[in-house]
Design a protein. Structure first.
Length: 238
């Protein structure tokens, strides 16, 4: 005979104040509506749940739903319907010997060769909502925008990269689904860059659903494309 374990298993959990009203799961995140705040939980590792976001609201949350990457929250009173776009940032420590950073949200990839920075830095990649990005008149949005910044580890002051050393690669499923627009490019957005110059990308290379560039500065970028319109004559027959 062998003993039988009768102790119930311990499931991972996260506790917070407020009554739980609604839960919606999208990808590796669970959006929990309870009390007067929307809590975001990273469930990518079920054995180790982690808080990934907290959004207080001036109202009692009633329902939450996720549709096409947007989080819709309904409150019983107060603001009524609130729409969120949850896009977590990604950090990486880069020494003078170089390194890399891959965004866990949009798979944007950075390669920092040796000598990109004169000192050790911390690099932050922050996705941006494409609907808030000002577009040039001759280009269309692909729906992929982000901001990248670096600070020196010792002083936390902005750290500009050395010219033409940073390699940036963007793979976007939207391009794979929609087809590649003509003249797809990575464009620096003037007037909204957090640091660095506002010049255009120095050099770019393209392969399947990927835009690779060698920018000479950090700041706000967007993947843009120039579509071609085709007009067909309409012939009406009687």
């Amino acid at each position: 005979m062998s003993p039988i374990q009768t102790t119930p298993p311990r499931w991972p959990s996260i506790a917070w104040g407020g009554q739980l009203e609604s839960v919606a799961v999208s990808g590796k995140y669970a959006f929990v509506a309870g009390g007067r705040a929307l809590n975001v939980v990273d469930i990518s590792n079920p054995d180790r749940l982690a808080e990934a976001g907290y959004y207080p609201l001036n109202g009692w949350l009633y329902r939450v739903r996720v549709v096409d990457g947007l989080v819709y929250v309904v409150c019983n009173w107060g603001p009524g319907l609130v729409v969120f776009w949850h896009a977590p940032s990604t950090w990486a420590a880069i020494p003078t010997s170089g390194g890399s950073l891959i965004s866990t949200f949009d798979t944007t990839t950075y390669l920092f060769p040796t000598g990109t920075f004169t000192e050790a830095v911390r690099v932050k990649h922050q996705p941006r909502y494409p609907g808030n990005i000002p577009l040039p008149a001759d280009l269309a949005s692909i729906g992929h925008a982000f901001e990248v910044a670096a600070v020196y580890t010792s002083t936390m002051q902005p750290a500009p990269p050395r010219s033409a050393r940073l390699i940036l690669s963007v793979y976007d499923m939207r391009m794979a689904k929609r087809g590649r627009p003509l003249s797809t490019r990575l464009r620096s957005i003037p007037g909204m860059a957090a640091s660095g110059s506002r010049r255009s990308v120095a050099r770019r290379m393209r392969r399947a659903h990927t835009v690779t560039a060698v920018p000479d500065h950090l700041g706000l970028f967007a993947v843009l494309g120039q579509t071609q319109r085709l007009f067909l004559p309409l012939v009406r027959r009687r």
